[in-house]
Design a protein around this ligand. Sequence first.
Ligand SMILES: [Zn+2]
Length: 129
Amino acid sequence: MKCKFEKKIGAFLDNELQKEDFAQVKEHLKSCLICQQTLRELNSINIFFENYTDVEVPEYLNQRILSKINSSVSKFKKNIINFAVAASIAFAFFSGLFASNQTFTQNRENTEQIAFGTESFYSYLDWEE
Ligand SMILES: [Zn+2]
């Protein structure tokens, strides 16, 4: 149950048809039940969207939507802050680890230099044996 005019109904409704096409479809609509039905459906969709975009949101609903948006934004901000804190702690930890490692390496080299010629630095480590 299809009609070759059916696909032109949308353009007809939106006033996008050429003059001849428009007149033809208009004439056709008088007799074709399929196209009349399609026209009704498309028209009700158009009316729905017109009402949908023009709809006035009640103030309380507006506030609720805005507070929902705000709370999710602040949750997002909190997540970012938490991440930044964690990242800086991790950075401080690793740079501290790196720094102490550097210090240890330097100390060991110094101690080895001091101990050079007498005993190896590492011999102090197993003095208990
Ligand atoms: Zn038709």
